[in-house]
Design a protein around this ligand. Structure first.
Ligand code: MN3
Length: 199
């Protein structure tokens, strides 16, 4: 299958003031589009053309760096748009997720602090994650286009800490961007959907 750029699931100005229309126009229309275009070019004659996106990500990892970088970023961004919504974030999680976070991660406040710390301490470009591994929730961070799929885990929530995701709105203040993401943008219903599908 070839890669296609999905539409954003909300208007470009829907996530203000936490993420601006200008950021989403560059991030979705230019950056994500480039991963789709480059990924499709690199997918040709790779031997992975008929595979699903998840299979392409896992099977190109460590073997075909160009294809992996673009396929990984395509996968990450498809979900990243859905991991946000207007009036999202905060403590009002669906009950099944809240109790899993209590038992595996020491409660919501510790999850919030550890997730923001993972994003803040990822050196250079990458992502911070909430993932399910062997039936337990874990906070992870990865460089560049990598994600929990290549660590034997299922991504449930990820935040893009490449500068293109926050520099227009927050300049160098990555922690402020991460706080806004957690407190005001996370689409917990989509996280629950992925958690239920994985468990
Ligand atoms: Mn990005």
């Amino acid at each position: 299958m070839s890669f296609e750029l999905p539409d954003l699931p909300y208007a470009y100005d829907a996530l203000g003031p936490y993420m601006s229309a200008e950021t989403l126009e560059f991030h979705h229309d230019k950056h994500h589009m480039a991963y789709v275009t480059n990924g499709n070019n690199l997918l040709k004659d790779s031997g992975l053309e008929g595979k699903s996106l998840e299979e392409i990500v896992k099977e190109s990892f460590g073997k075909n760096a160009g294809l992996f970088n673009n396929a990984g970023q395509h996968y990450n961004h498809i979900h990243f748009w859905k991991w946000m919504k207007p009036n999202g974030g905060g403590k009002a999680l669906p009950g099944a997720l809240a109790s899993k976070i209590d038992s595996d991660l020491g409660g919501y406040d510790k999850f919030r602090a550890d997730f923001i710390a993972a994003g803040t301490t990822q050196f250079g470009s990458g992502w911070a994650w909430l993932a399910l591994k062997d039936g337990k929730l874990e906070i992870m961070k990865t460089p560049n286009g990598e994600n929990p799929l290549v660590l034997g885990a299922t991504p449930l929530l990820g935040v893009d800490v490449w500068e293109h995701s926050y520099y227009i709105d927050y300049r160098n203040a990555r922690p402020k961007y991460l706080e806004a993401f957690v407190d005001s943008l996370i689409n917990w219903d989509y996280v629950l959907e992925l958690y239920e599908a994985a468990s």
